[in-house]
Design a protein around this ligand. Structure first.
Ligand SMILES: [Zn+2]
Length: 60
């Protein structure tokens, strides 16, 4: 799945949180770490869950 429209992008530490529409009429939320070699990226049904994951993320 390649979401093409992110909005409400915020940055929490090295992690970016964004909301997008997945093309099937669903709004989803993603938390993705921008640190090199981390690779953390997860989708959530809930904005607060994505932000919580971003806040509590520590790079492996
Ligand atoms: Zn990370």
């Amino acid at each position: 799945m390649r979401p093409n429209r992110f909005y409400d992008v915020i940055r929490i530490g090295p992690v970016k949180v964004a909301t997008f529409n997945n093309g099937r009429g669903q709004t989803k939320h993603i938390a993705a770490c921008t640190a090199p070699n981390c690779g953390f990226s997860n989708e959530y049904f809930d904005r607060s869950a994505a932000e919580l994951a971003a806040r509590t993320h520590t790079c492996a």
